[in-house]
Design a protein around this ligand. Structure first.
Ligand code: NIG
Ligand code: FE
Length: 414
């Protein structure tokens, strides 16, 4: 494998750093004009002004990409998705357009449990094939690392099947996959009215197996009115923590339940959605350095108000942006649409949105020391845009402007 030299970029946006950026730090993306990047054995070896780099590194020894007129950025990190699932829910989407809410549909027996039926029926091979296609689509948008959750099994075998599928996909596909056990995504039909028994099943039978087979790094709960209460969630998190899992939460999405406060109390890695997070919850999360992962396309698709990104950043929080790609609330993995919504409707500056998709996304999956910026020693995960500036990301509204996606120093999509 030849090593890679990307030269003459109109700019290299490094997003430099090896931890999440909080509050005002989110505006610091560090732009090198006329920049170049050297990648050896999949790892970033050098980054700087083209003149300086070409003095130190001989082009003859590299596969060279001339990025004249292009912006070069870190690969995007999509830190919240549910991309392994069987079946689709197009009918539900049409009901939502007609006026039904996401929760109306869930309460009358639709929603997540529909995807559960289809995912239980799907074979591992089918899920791998679908997963591959979805990961390919992510690559085309410049995503080089993704987080994926279980949660469409809600029984031992299918939860494990989803996680094993992601483990396999991680081996065979260029995108790096971090996995999350979200057995507490909904109460399945067979446990209706018996939430405590279902929680016992998750904690006593499924979680130990997930840990034993090392199938997930994170533990997540859909903490929501009518799904899992704060008390039920706390009980599950305490157990998961005993097993050494890192914590994430679906919090305050539909109503203000106190998931944000719980995230701060338990010092979770990230709290996600947060459409209705309270002022106190947001301040507590800033204090405890919980990353606020916002999912604008979901709010858009379920016609809920956007999360208060401006207030969060002004309160000193670290905000990450992710797609929440899933078959129900948000059947899109569009990075361009997400950028547009974040900057136009959530009043995030373009620089803040870039930070949220790179180094803060990396921090939301606890990998800010390895990915999320163009720094020496990090993985050679890079995006080359068709235009000379990162500012085109929301400006060329909702259009994919990724020209090449590079993973571990290899062009994997163009
Ligand atoms: O993050 N809110 C809960 N879970 C997913 C939706 C899952 C589904 O509708 O299938 C979410 O939006
Ligand atoms: Fe989600």
């Amino acid at each position: 494998m030849k090593n890679l030299l990307i030269k003459n970029a109109s700019e290299v946006v490094t997003c430099s750093g090896n931890r999440a950026k909080f509050g005002k730090e989110m505006s610091e993306i560090n732009v090198i004009e006329n920049g170049s990047v050297v990648i050896e054995n999949g790892i970033i070896k050098a980054v700087g002004k083209t003149d300086d780099i070409l003095k130190d590194y001989d082009e003859k020894n590299y596969e060279v990409i001339d990025a004249t007129g292009k912006s070069v950025m870190p690969g995007f990190v999509d830190s919240h998705t549910h991309f392994v699932f069987g079946g689709y829910r197009a009918e539900e989407f049409s009901w939502r357009l007609r006026g039904d809410s996401y929760m109306d549909i869930m309460n009358r027996g639709g929603g997540i449990v529909n995807s559960v039926t289809a995912t239980r029926q799907a074979s591992e091979e089918e899920l791998i094939e679908l997963g591959k296609q979805r990961l390919d689509s992510m690559l085309s948008f410049g995503v080089t690392s993704v987080e994926g959750k279980s949660g469409y099994g809600l029984d031992k075998d299918t939860e494990l099947k989803q996680l094993r599928v992601m483990k396999k996909l991680n081996e065979i596909h260029p995108i790096d996959i971090s996995t999350t056990f979200l057995g507490a995504h909904a109460v399945p039909k067979e446990y209706k009215g018996k939430t405590d028994e279902f929680i016992d099943l998750l904690l006593e039978q499924v979680l130990p197996e997930v840990v034993k087979e090392n199938l997930a790094e994170f533990f997540d709960v859909f903490c929501e009115k009518g799904v899992f209460s704060v008390e039920e969630s706390r009980k599950m998190y305490l157990k998961a923590k005993e097993y050494g899992m890192k914590l994430k939460i679906h919090a305050d999405e539909i109503v203000q339940l106190g998931g944000s406060e719980l995230a701060a109390e338990m010092e979770m890695i990230s709290a996600d959605h947060l459409l209705h997070a309270s002022d106190e919850g947001i301040k507590a999360m800033a204090d405890k350095k919980v990353i606020n992962t916002l999912l604008p396309t979901t709010a858009f698709c379920i016609k809920e108000p956007f999360a208060r990104a401006r207030f969060m950043i002004d309160s000193g929080c670290a905000v990450a942006l992710a797609t929440d790609f899933n078959p129900g609330s948000n059947f899109t993995n569009s990075i361009p649409l997400m950028f547009a919504l974040a900057s136009i409707y959530m009043n995030m500056s373009i620089e803040e949105a870039v930070t949220a998709m790179t180094i803060n996304g990396a921090a939301a999956i606890d990998k800010a020391d390895k990915i999320g910026s163009i720094d020496v020693g990090k993985k050679g995960d890079i995006v080359i845009l068709k235009f000379p500036s990162y500012k085109f990301l929301p400006y060329h509204t909702a259009v994919n402007i990724v020209e090449k996606t590079i993973k571990d120093g290899v062009v994997v999509w163009e």
